[in-house]
Design a binder for this molecule. Structure first.
Ligand SMILES: CC(C)(COP(=O)(O)OP(=O)(O)OC[C@H]1O[C@@H](n2cnc3c(N)ncnc32)[C@H](O)[C@@H]1OP(=O)(O)O)[C@@H](O)C(=O)NCCC(=O)NCCS
Length: 185
């Protein structure tokens, strides 16, 4: 038990009480909004985006069962579309432009676990924040993973199930694991 309390303390280091409450409310409201899967839910989630995100232009179209963490560090532009099952963690901050569509089951996570050395165990280490930027007019296919610190340039298409480990150039289509340039749009 004492060990677990020590572990919790380490995990929550730097988190104010206010931030913990905010994170709880954010996950609770987004989860609850999944009870309304269609139009009513889309409108409800568009309101949640306005309430919780750091900044948002216009209105978003978010399908049910999208998980958003640290939305206080998340900026989105207009006409932002996200499909079900996607996980967006803005621990290291994320900036998303306008006219961006993120497919289902995509991971966009802006924190990295330090892996060098054998002690302490990775789970006990502090996450390293690494900002992700997704510019305007980007389409990210189903199941893709956008690694921490990556910039997805304007007009990029990321193929289904691709893992993006390097920045892209404008209007590139990238596919595969790791994602490689396929052709220009
Ligand atoms: C990336 C994408 C847009 C490319 O479409 P396209 O230009 O019509 O590509 P093609 O089907 O002609 O494929 C071209 C080549 O790339 C390969 N390729 C296409 N998509 C790929 C992917 N996601 N991963 C790996 N290779 C892929 C094809 O196998 C083909 O290879 P070959 O030339 O050796 O035969 C499309 O394949 C894709 O992944 N779309 C995402 C769909 C999706 O996720 N929808 C739901 C979410 S909204």
């Amino acid at each position: 038990m004492i060990d677990y309390i020590k572990f919790l303390k380490e995990k929550l280091k730097g988190y104010s009480f206010g931030l913990i409450v905010r994170l709880e409310l954010e996950s609770l409201f987004f989860l609850m909004s999944s009870l309304f899967p269609t139009t009513a839910g889309v409108i409800l989630r568009a309101i949640l985006v306005k309430l919780f995100f750091k900044k948002s232009k216009g209105f978003a179209w978010i399908q049910p069962k999208v998980i958003v963490v640290h939305s206080e560090r998340l900026i989105v532009g207009t006409n932002f579309v996200v499909n079900s099952g996607t996980y967006i963690n803005a621990v290291g901050s994320i900036e998303i432009g306008s006219y961006v569509i993120i497919g289902n089951n995509v991971t966009v996570s802006s924190g990295k676990h330090p892996i060098e050395g054998q002690m302490p165990p990775i789970v006990s280490r502090q996450t390293i924040p690494q900002k992700i930027i997704i510019e305007d007019d980007v389409w990210i296919g189903a199941g893709a993973v956008i690694m921490p610190g990556i910039k997805i340039a304007k007009g990029t298409v990321v193929g289904a199930n691709s893992i993006v480990t390097k920045d892209t150039n404008e209007y590139d289509i990238v596919v595969g694991c790791p994602a490689k340039f396929m052709r220009k749009r």
